[in-house]
Design a protein around this ligand. Sequence first.
Ligand SMILES: NC(=O)c1ccc[n+]([C@@H]2O[C@H](COP(=O)([O-])OP(=O)(O)OC[C@H]3O[C@@H](n4cnc5c(N)ncnc54)[C@H](OP(=O)(O)O)[C@@H]3O)[C@@H](O)[C@H]2O)c1
Length: 303
Amino acid sequence: MPVLKDKKILVTGLTGSVGYPVARRLAADNEVWGAARFSSARRRARLEEAGVTCAEVDLVVADFGGLPDDFDYVLNFAVLHPPDFDTALAANAEGIGLLMGHCRRAAAVLHCSSTGVYQPDGRHPFKESDPLGDNHRPAGLTTYSISKIAAEAVVRCTARFLDIPTTIARLNVPYGDSWGWPRMHAEMMASGADIALHTEEPNVFNPIHEDDILGLIPGLLEAAAVPATVVNWAGPDTVSVEEWCGYVGSIIGAEPRFTRTPAAIPSVAVDTTRMVELIGPARVGWRQGFARMAEDLLNSRAG
Ligand SMILES: NC(=O)c1ccc[n+]([C@@H]2O[C@H](COP(=O)([O-])OP(=O)(O)OC[C@H]3O[C@@H](n4cnc5c(N)ncnc54)[C@H](OP(=O)(O)O)[C@@H]3O)[C@@H](O)[C@H]2O)c1
C-alpha cells in the first residue's frame, strides 16, 4: 500500500478513537498538526510525544487563527454527539465547511463520514447510491446520522464552491488491536457482561482494522475530486457481531451472552465495489484482525 511521506497534514478529531492512532502513525513520516479541544490532556501529551503539533480548536466556534493555512492535506475525524441539533450541525457540518475555507489551498481533503448515514434496510449491502436515513437514532444517537448527512452536504458544496479536491469516505466499524466496538465486546465478554444487540439478527457489518484505515488514506486522498468523491470505507469481510464474539470468545475463553433490543444500531453491511475499484481492497481479514485484538486483550490482562 502507498504511504504518505513528508507532507504537511492537518488531522481533526485526533483525540478520538479513529483519529488518535491515525495521527500518531502519520506523524512518524509527516509534519502533522492536530486540531481539537483536547478534552483529554493525557492524549494531547501522547500526541505531542509522537511529534504532533497540537492547536486548540473548537469546531463549534470555528476560530482557526492558531492554525496555518498551507496544509497539503486535511483529514477530518472530528465528530460530536450532542442531544441538540443546533450544536450537532455546528460541530459536525458547519465546522468542516469553515475549516475547508481556511485550508482552501490544500491539495485534498478527506472527510470521514459514516455508513451510519444509510437508511436501515435489513442486511442489504449498501452501495454509495442507496437511500440515506436516520440509521443511529434507535440506539439513542439522536443527532448522529442526520448531522453526518448534513456534513456530507456541506463538504460537497464547499468542495465545489472553493474547488478543493475532496473525498467523503463512509467508514464502517473501525477497530484496532486495543480499541473500537469489537474490543468493547471482547472486554464485556471477559468481564461477564451482556452484549445488547439489535433484534434483527444476525447483526452484520464490515469491520475495518486500523492498519487498513491508515493504509487506504493515501488512495482516498488520490481519489479526491471536484465534485467530491463519495465512497464506502470498509473491511474486506461481512461478518456478524454474533460470529465475531463467538470467535473472540473462543480465544479469550469467554462465552458471549446477548440481549436483544430494537434500541440498538441495526445491521450496516456495505458493498465495497466502488472502494476496491478506486483505491483497492482492505487487507486485514476479520479473523486475523480479531485474533490480534483478542491477543492484545489477553496480554493487557496478564500484564
Ligand atoms: N467509532 C466508530 O465506531 C465509527 C464508526 C463509523 C464512522 N465513524 C466516524 O469516524 C470519525 C471518528 O469517530 P470517533 O469514533 O473516533 O469519534 P470520537 O472518539 O467520539 O472522537 C471525536 C473527536 O472529535 C473531536 N471533537 C468533538 N467535538 C469537537 C469540537 N467541537 N471541536 C473540535 N473537535 C471536536 C474530539 O476531540 P476533543 O473532545 O478533544 O475536542 C475527538 O477527537 C467520525 O467521523 C465518525 O463519524 C466512527
